[in-house]
Design a protein around this ligand. Sequence first.
Ligand SMILES: Cc1cc2nc3c(=O)[nH]c(=O)nc-3n(C[C@H](O)[C@H](O)[C@H](O)COP(=O)(O)OP(=O)(O)OC[C@H]3O[C@@H](n4cnc5c(N)ncnc54)[C@H](O)[C@@H]3O)c2cc1C
Length: 440
Amino acid sequence: MSSRSDVVIIGAGISGLSAAYNLSKAGKTVQVIEARNRIGGRAWTDDSFGFPVELGCMAIHGYNEGNPALGYAKAFGLETKRLPASPGRLFTKDGLVDAALTEKLRTNLSSAMAHMNTVTSESSLSDTSVANVLLSPSSPLFTGLSESEKQNAVALARAAEIGWGIPLEEVSAYWSRWASGVAFAGSDGVIVGGYGKLVEAFRDKAEETGKASFTLNARVTKVIQTDDNEVQIHTSDGKIFCGRTALSTIPLGTMKSLPNDFFNPPLPAHKTSAVSRTAVGVLEKLGLLYDSLWWDSSAGPLTVLLETGTLLALPISSSPPCLHVLVPYGLAGLSADKIHDILSHAISPETTVPQPTKVVFSRWKDDELSLGATSSPVKAGDGRSPLDFAELARPVWDGVLGFAGEATELDHRGSVPGAILSGEREGRRVQALLDRKEIV
Ligand SMILES: Cc1cc2nc3c(=O)[nH]c(=O)nc-3n(C[C@H](O)[C@H](O)[C@H](O)COP(=O)(O)OP(=O)(O)OC[C@H]3O[C@@H](n4cnc5c(N)ncnc54)[C@H](O)[C@@H]3O)c2cc1C
């Protein structure tokens, strides 16, 4: 049995780190328990190529628009940079889409999105999917296009599935408009050296307070409310941690698979129902390292339009040449060799392209500590709404067990800022609760 902390935090992803940092800075004792042999969770920077390749989050979306990741990075003395805004080039599986058609496809997509937003603002279409509106035969998406060009327009619209993780056919048209209204957007940036730097800085600064400790390789197997309304946390290696309060940052995908007796007493039905009504999407990352450069390094992002989804290849280094590929759910089962074949045939159909010399890839969908990439937008039907995410955020057991993590942050779910803000939110709540308990 370990000593008793003010707060035990399950999970050392960005939400757990943000809570641990803020609580320890406020003078509370914090014990963080992480199942993996590393901190960061879905922030995972791979350095095996000799430079950072992000297998989880990469971009600071809304770099100039208030993303809190930038604020913490600056406060911790990390170097950051804004990325150039470049829409890049479009390809079909057989080669480059010419500039005039590229422009037309992008203009049509903007008009179709604006049209969908107008339609959904005028009438509540929470049971109608994005596909029903955006891909309907009368959609502005298809204005002035031939039959074959229309297929490219559909494929370009499916680029939204990279972030959403589920098909357009499943996303509620009404709530997609609502959610996109507040997300950090506009300019993009990155942390030089990768998100791993931010993750380490959060841990180091928390440890510097002398109030926070981290235990790795310890998977939580049971969370129990004690008779005196505190929390006991059991781990796979037989240890028991005690907390006056506890925060779970277990990802939504993993929450869906927990045994019924994981929480004792069991979570209330309104919480478990919200867990099953919300969805987790698929997005995998692939790093392909080459001996020689075979794409135009000035082209910016390379988007390949396919029937089953859209591949986005970001040239992140020219020397040595490296492509960082975002693989959406429709293509996530493909091998690295197959993805290389698709990219090389589409981007450089006339030449023989070298095979990659090294490959790194993620497996978020099958990773039992995430079981998916991030929470997805509200699905169409069954009366679902963003209130399901608000329900995920609600504490139980008179407030002593709280929930943080990207899926619990209504306005910014699915992102690093969502994870950070959820950790701040629960940190503030738990701090106030502990302070009030001390007064009694
Ligand atoms: C491929 C991909 C690309 C992304 N790109 C971006 C991007 O560019 N920009 C952006 O803003 N966001 C992006 N995101 C989203 C962002 O990475 C996540 O929202 C954020 O990292 C989630 O943090 P979290 O703390 O909520 O969850 P996690 O990082 O998953 O942390 C939860 C932790 O809990 C641990 N855990 C789980 N179960 C247990 C248990 N039983 N016992 C102990 N520990 C446990 C896990 O191992 C994990 O470390 C991306 C995500 C993915 C997957």
